[in-house]
Unconditional design. Sequence first.
Length: 754
Amino acid sequence: MLTALIADGERRVRRVVDWTGGEGIKPDVGGYLGPLGLVDDIADGTDDRGTQGEQGEPGPIGLNGKSAYQVAVDNGFVGTEPEWLDAYVNETAAAATASAIEARDQSEAWASSPADVTPGNPSAKTSAAIATAKALESATAAAAISVSAAAVGKYINAAAANVPRRISSTHGAITPGAGGTNGTFPLAFTGGNFAINPTGEFDVVGGAVSAVRVTGGGLYIGAAPAAPAPSFAASAGLAGAGVVLVTEFSASSGQTYWALSADGTYYQLYQNNSGAPLAVAGLTERVMTPATQGGVSSGAAGTGYVEQGKVKPAIQNQLNKAGPIKLLAQQPVVQPIIAGKNGGVFLGMRLSDGAAIANIASDNPGVRKAIDQAVAIPGSGLHNYTGADVRKPIIAGRNGGVLMWLDTTINPPSLSGAFTFAGVQYQGLFPNDARGRLSDYAAIAEQSVDTLRFLRPVVDGNHFEHCAPGARVGYITTAQYMQIDVYWNNLVTRLDTYNTVCAILVDGVLNTTFSSAFAPGTPGYQSYTFDFGSAAKRKVEIIWCLSAGMELRQTRFSANAALAPASARPNKLLNTHGDSTTHGLGVSSIYEAWAFGLSIDLGRQLLNTGNGSNIAVAAQGAVVGQAILDKGIADAKSFYSIGINDCITNRVPTVAFKTAVEGYIAGFRSKCPTIPLVICSPFYCPAHETAHTFPMQDYRDVLQAIVIAAVDPNLTYVNGKALMVNSPDRLAGDGTHPSNLGASEIRTNLFPSF
């Protein structure tokens, strides 16, 4: 056995560096000699030095030498003694971080090298863990995107007052001109008031312009856009050519974009509200930019953030050499807080909550020891964590040292891998993890490492397309505990209909519900923890609420639990369309909605496309039919209930209403010629039965007459008024929508129609 003396503070401990003699495979190296054999931690090793000897006799007093300051001057230092002292302190602080940097560099070297399992190679023990972490890093880095992938871009502060505009890729009429050189040429643009001119190209065939393509829209931010004039001069000889350019908003109505704050410290999310910018309350993103030397990435001075420029040159020099600790790459949303010119990151992970602390280097003794010995870096703006502060340390050592801290009240995070919260070990899943099975939805607006958000096909002024009643994500797991992070995005704008009560099903049975703690219209993040009582195999499903925009940001399960996608949902579909009574407004939760319950009774997936306030619209028939086709489920049945809002708005039942319903059926049949379609008249609604120009019964009669006249064997009429007892207790407090009891009767009485 060959050993080397390793310094551990004042102690000297022997570490095994090689084995000689003997036969067979050599044992691992890297361990330390302890009192009972080899140990992994140097702190447990035996001090190789004996006890300190007696103090010797003092020697003669030497001559006074030059001061350290004078030596520095002799060697070229220019400046006063206080200036030199300040520089000396900086260099000392830099040297104090060297051991951590060396350990981090070694960790990166191991991680970037091919896994070597040769006996005796110290990296062999960690190769499997490193390979796993490397795969996670690659997947995360490839998928990293901003807080809102739906936002079309980031703009200067002027975009807070004016929605940015561009030249549309769809142009107006082309004037061909004549005499040009044939080929494809770049367009030139002159004049106008665009901050960035568009780009484009055009084709010339037979001497005349045959096609124009706008390849880049350019940028204008203001109230009075003047489009630049296109030039076709690149085609020699071409005269008289022209094209009508069309200016449009870069974010169409309803879409979002970021605008820089007036002080330049953060971006605010805005929505194009019919051409006017509307700030999305509570959704901002701090500006994270490197300091002068690349040493510190920070936003505006604020709680928990290191101020730009606080790191002194010597310390910046060390940070600039930083490589990733345990393969940490920049994570989505939260930028690296301390970063080096070489891409090194001290911190790039997000916390799920203030109590969760990530032990990011537990598989590497060298890096772990460096972190355990961490102390505050003088002059850097990084401080020891006291425990009383609301900020939480991300990387902390046994000695109370903190490499970085972060304000944990801003955004809950996505944390992959194992970590501890309230004494429970968890494993985190991003929203795009294949172990979550998605079902019972119309379309996916976004599924990434950041968020899962659904979308429905029928767009209206209330933006109900952003809710997804009954959508599911399901898992098979043996976990006792599950946590989810949810973002309530405020995209549904009709606040009086808000119902955020979601459900958790275990093996198909309601286990519990959860809902938003925020006032209607207020966006925000929330984390929820569920205890299933024991570690046992079960199917767990998260069910989306009725009428609010909900996004799933992360799911977490007990650390050692098995995880797999839930079993496939039935390959049968129930589509329900219509107004608020089909949407589900009025009941207490999604689990009480008659459409959700009926889909369970029928053993079918649910595609609920009903919208509150909906009236009969002919064009919706083809839209709903296409949504059914897009699901790719051949065995589908559809339901359409309409008429209450038509009655309230006094539409002539035998003219406008009849025409719209017939148009709906025709559009639906253009997509789904033989799928069974149930036409249902309005449910019992005493508040509106006779309160308007035309009684409700007139609309019921028109619907029945339409079905009879159609002579369609797959078209059925159901009298909605007969589906529940006509009694006030079957209605919610508004006297219009079915209550839980009324919805239960509708569910039961509709079953025979399918």
